[in-house]
Design a protein around this ligand. Structure first.
Ligand SMILES: *Cc1c(COP(=O)(O)O)cnc(C)c1O
Length: 371
């Protein structure tokens, strides 16, 4: 196929050389340990904790089960304040725990949960805040921490987009009581499927590890109705190789993001997010926002036009979680309560960004936007 005509998707999962992976597979085939905290699982927990510079990490089969388990280990019940501007798994993890999501609007600068609006949503039933570092950009962690302290609430960050992000020189996963990562194929760091919970103390890690293995402590004792959400050895082995490539991948993404900024800055009616403050970004996504009046075309018209040209962006996040069947009847799902989120969800398109993309392709995308 003509290089320039092959479809460009919002992301393309990055994989190591297959040849590099074979020796890991041979080891698995030889020692017959496929899962249950095997040697690669243990090694990846250790190396990833070091790489991210966090004290404790527990690996999971995927990010959704990691979220569900994070809520359980802290004993979260009642109501949890969260954002409607996220992937549906954020709120689903609450429903899976019989917790009522309470939606609070986002702020327009980075599209994260608006910390200034959290307090007004707190009731006697509120037990926690579940914000999302949307697109990998840090939430207002200091403010959220202060509110949580004042009201005795727990904070669980959905950090599914934020692998490797640093804020004020520290891992973004060091903030809050727990942080949850996703290593799904579409994420910045992937183990095909996978996820993790980052915590701050050994006792909590132990509980998390029980919960991801049916609640088993040893061979015969079961301490909780845990689930099976263990990362297997193939995923962990892949993760070890992916870690080695991560820094280079982020550099490539950074260059591409800069190219987008340069190419798109003069297009009337197209805006993008500022660079986050005091942050080492992972450049996980490149969202643009279409102002129909100024651009002369709606977001959906542009989305279709890009598709016709072989560019498959994604409308992350549209529709809002609060507009979906299982959520729209909640009082907090009232669009009047979520005006910023509603506007942003109607304007956003995430453009393709991944290490295998090149500047020429970005210029082509910018060219389509410019026409
Ligand atoms: C991807 C994602 C999840 C779910 O992670 P999986 O590993 O796909 O289960 C949760 N929250 C957000 C914000 C995500 O983008």
């Amino acid at each position: 196929m003509d290089e320039i005509k092959k479809p460009i998707y919002v992301t393309q999962p990055d994989l190591p050389d297959l040849q590099e992976f074979i020796p890991y597979l041979e080891k698995i085939w030889k020692n017959k340990i496929l899962t249950n905290n095997g040697p690669f699982h243990q090694q990846l927990e250790k190396e990833m904790a070091g790489f991210l510079d966090v004290p404790y990490i527990s690996l999971f089969a995927n990010g959704t089960l990691a979220l569900v388990t994070a809520l359980q280990v802290l004993g979260i019940t009642g109501e949890v304040i969260t954002t409607p501007y996220s992937f549906v798994a954020t709120s689903h993890s609450l429903l899976w725990n019989n917790i009522k999501p309470v939606f609070v609007d986002i702020e327009p600068e980075f599209c994260n949960l608006d910390s200034k609006k959290i307090e007004a949503a707190i009731t006697s039933k509120t037990t926690a805040i579940l914000p999302v570092h949307v697109y990998g950009n840090p939430c207002k962690v200091e403010h959220i921490n202060k509110i949580a302290k004042n009201y005795g609430l727990k904070v669980i960050y959905d950090a599914a987009h934020a692998f490797g992000v640093k804020y004020k020189g520290q891992s973004i996963c060091k903030f809050g009581d727990l942080s949850v990562l996703s290593f799904h194929a579409t994420k910045v760091f992937n183990t095909m499927e996978g996820g993790a919970v980052v915590c701050h103390d050994a006792a909590t890690k132990k509980q998390i590890d029980y919960l991801k293995n049916f609640g088993f402590v040893g061979e015969t004792k079961v301490v909780a109705p845990g689930i099976n959400s263990k990362m297997n050895e193939m995923q962990a082995a892949l993760g070890l190789l992916q870690l080695k490539k991560h820094n280079l991948n982020i550099e490539k993404r950074s260059t591409l993001a800069q190219t987008y900024r340069k190419e798109l800055q003069k297009i009337k009616g197209i805006s993008f997010l500022p660079e986050p403050y005091n942050t080492k970004s992972n450049f996980a996504y490149f969202p643009i926002f279409v102002d129909k009046n100024k651009f002369g075309m709606s977001r959906d018209e542009l989305y279709e036009k890009l598709k016709q040209n072989g560019i498959y962006g994604r409308r992350y996040f549209y529709p809002l979680i609060s507009e979906l069947t299982n959520y729209k009847k909640l009082n907090s799902a009232d669009p009047a309560n979520l005006q910023v989120a509603k506007r942003v969800a109607e304007q956003v398109i995430c453009l393709p960004i991944y290490p295998g993309l090149n500047k020429k392709e970005i210029k082509k995308i910018a060219g389509i936007l410019n026409k």
